[in-house]
Design a protein around this ligand. Structure first.
Ligand code: HEC
Length: 150
C-alpha cells in the first residue's frame, strides 16, 4: 500500500515538473528528431511510389509502408519547437509566424495518409494511386510554403 502511495506521488510530481518542450534538451535534438521522422516518411512514401510505377505492384509492400506512413505522420510536428531554425535545418521561420497554417497543413497530410492506408488495405491499385497522389499533394503543399529549397 505504502509503495503504491509513493508511486502515485512520484508520478504526480513527474507530470508537474516535466514541461512539454523538455522532450528535447537542445534545439539540435528537435531538428534531428523531425528530420529523422520526415526521412522515414519519405523512405516509405517512396517505396509505395516505386510499387505504383511497377507493372505488377506488390500490394503487401504498399500496405506495410502505408501503415507505417500513417503512424510516422504523427511524429515530426511536436519537434518544430521555437528557436530551432538551425543552419542544418530547412525549416522556414514562417513555421513559427504562421503556426495555424502550418498546423493545418500537418493535419491535412495526416488525414490524407490515413486515407492512403485505408485504400492500401482495400487493395485496389487504382484507388491506392488516387489516394497516393492526394497525399503527395499535401507533402508538396507544406514543403512549398515551409521548407527552404537549399
Ligand atoms: C506541415 C508541413 C509538412 C508536411 C505536411 C510534410 N513535410 Fe516533409 N518537411 C517539412 C519541413 C519543414 C521539413 C524540413 C525540416 C528541417 O530540416 O528541420 C521537411 C523535411 C522533409 C524531408 C527531408 C528530411 C531530412 O532528411 O532532412 C523529407 C524526405 C520529407 N520532408 C518528406 C515528406 C513527405 C513524404 C511528406 C508527405 C507524406 C511530408 N514530408 C509532409 C514539412 C512538412
Amino acid at each position: 500500500m505504502k509503495s503504491f502511495v509513493f508511486a502515485a506521488l512520484f508520478l504526480a510530481g513527474a507530470a508537474v515538473s516535466v514541461p512539454a518542450l523538455a522532450q528535447f534538451q537542445k534545439p539540435e535534438d528537435a531538428v534531428k528528431y523531425r528530420q529523422s521522422a520526415m526521412a522515414l516518411i519519405g523512405n516509405h512514401f517512396g517505396r509505395i511510389f516505386g510499387q505504383l510505377k511497377a507493372d505488377k505492384p506488390n500490394v503487401q509492400t504498399i500496405q506495410s509502408s502505408a501503415a507505417l506512413v500513417e503512424t510516422l505522420g504523427a511524429l515530426p510536428f511536436e519537434a518544430f519547437v521555437p528557436d530551432s531554425t538551425l543552419p542544418n535545418s530547412k525549416a522556414k521561420p514562417e513555421i513559427w509566424t504562421e503556426q495555424e497554417k502550418f498546423k493545418a497543413a500537418a493535419q491535412k497530410m495526416q488525414a490524407a495518409v490515413a486515407k492512403l492506408n485505408t485504400a492500401a488495405k482495400g487493395g485496389d491499385v487504382a484507388a491506392i494511386k488516387a489516394a497516393f497522389s492526394d497525399a503527395g499533394g499535401t507533402c508538396k503543399g507544406c514543403h512549398d510554403d515551409f521548407r527552404a529549397k537549399q
